[in-house]
Design a protein around this ligand. Structure first.
Ligand code: NAP
Length: 309
């Protein structure tokens, strides 16, 4: 018997159990805590891990993350032979691309400024630029960075991208490696962070980085709160180096009520809703991956444990 154990909300567990029964009956879908015979469980699908959970699964081969990132998982808890897979599914990709396009247009058309003007009862018109007169630069040209650039393309922005390894994307000026970061930043008016959170990228959105952007640049962070040094953004907003920001993620979530971002009209906060795993579509990605693993095919979205993403 081969089984997959799901740890998470009951509604999702029931829906996914029914889908597995229909599409992949060879793998029994079990919902925690009803794990049955632990020796059957080769697959685990979860958002977070506990030592007790891992210790209870001696036959575990693959851990599937519910989300696109794996930084929420303490990978050191897992035995070395367990493979880790992040979620790649159309729901996350589409909603993230929509978020980035919405945020880019909102910042391009000065929405934070007009919201503040509205709250003060003012009627002030700023000069309007065309999209062609602004550049959007995406850090991280993975699944979500590339999808976001595809959604931005028809709007007319000048598009740029920065990545660890070289990438070629039609219509996008691509930069790669630490040595190209300054050149990328120097020509980026709206900066979008879609990097994974790793030891290399933690705190990358810092005063040092902001100083390399054109004065008055705008920031979108849809990756992880750990990418941004929040005090540095507050200082950059005060100096005008950054003119506005849209943040989907923060160091502490939910963002504390007394956090300076809450009362700063230049900062638009959303509660970590940029890219949302849709249970109706994610289950099909999961089933395809489990089916592929049973057939010795590569796992889509497998994480390199050494790189951390
Ligand atoms: P991905 O496919 O793994 O792509 C990550 C990209 O970042 C890769 O192209 C990688 O380069 C690049 N990269 C990694 N480290 C780098 C570094 N040090 N310098 C420059 N580039 C680097 O990941 P994804 O699916 O696009 O997701 C990206 C992140 O979005 C996730 O890790 C997660 O944190 C975040 N996310 C947020 C939400 C939300 O709702 N806010 C939802 C989903 C995901 P290579 O091509 O060289 O590997």
């Amino acid at each position: 018997m081969t089984a997959i154990l799901h740890v998470g909300p009951e509604e999702r567990g029931q829906l996914w159990q029914a889908e597995f029964r229909h599409a992949l009956p060879a793998v029994e879908f079990r919902n925690w805590p009803e794990i049955g015979n632990p020796a059957d469980i080769r697959y685990l699908v979860a958002w977070q891990l506990t030592d007790a959970l891992i210790a209870s699964l001696p036959a575990l081969e693959v851990l599937f993350s519910i989300g696109a990132g794996v930084d929420q998982l303490d990978l050191s808890r897992l035995p070395d032979h367990v493979r880790i897979v992040r979620m790649i599914e159309p729901g996350i990709t589409t909603t993230m691309a929509q978020y980035v396009a919405t945020a880019a247009l909102a910042l391009h058309r000065d929405l934070p400024f007009y919201r503040e003007a509205q709250s003060r009862g003012e009627w002030t018109q700023l000069p309007t630029l065309l999209c062609e007169e602004r550049s959007v630069g995406v850090m991280g040209l993975g699944e979500l960075g590339r999808a976001s650039l595809r959604m931005l393309a028809p709007l007319g922005f000048r598009l740029r991208g920065w990545n660890r390894s070289p990438r070629a994307i039609e219509g996008v000026e691509c930069f790669s490696g630490a040595e190209a970061l300054d050149a990328f930043l120097a020509g980026t008016d709206i900066l979008v962070c879609l990097l994974p959170l790793t030891d290399d990228t933690r705190g990358i959105l810092s005063a040092e980085l902001f100083a390399k952007l054109p004065h008055g640049a705008r920031l979108i962070n849809a990756a992880r709160g750990g990418h941004l040094i929040e005090e540095d953004l507050t200082a950059a907003l005060q100096s005008g180096q950054i003119s506005a920001a849209m943040l989907d993620v923060t160091q502490v979530e939910p963002l504390p009520r007394d956090h300076p971002f809450r009362s700063d009209p230049r900062v638009v906060i959303t509660p970590h809703i940029a890219g949302v795993t849709r249970i109706e579509t994610a289950v099909h990605s999961l089933i395809e991956n489990v089916r592929g693993h049973l057939a010795d095919s590569p796992l889509r979205g497998e994480v390199d444990r050494g790189r951390g993403y």
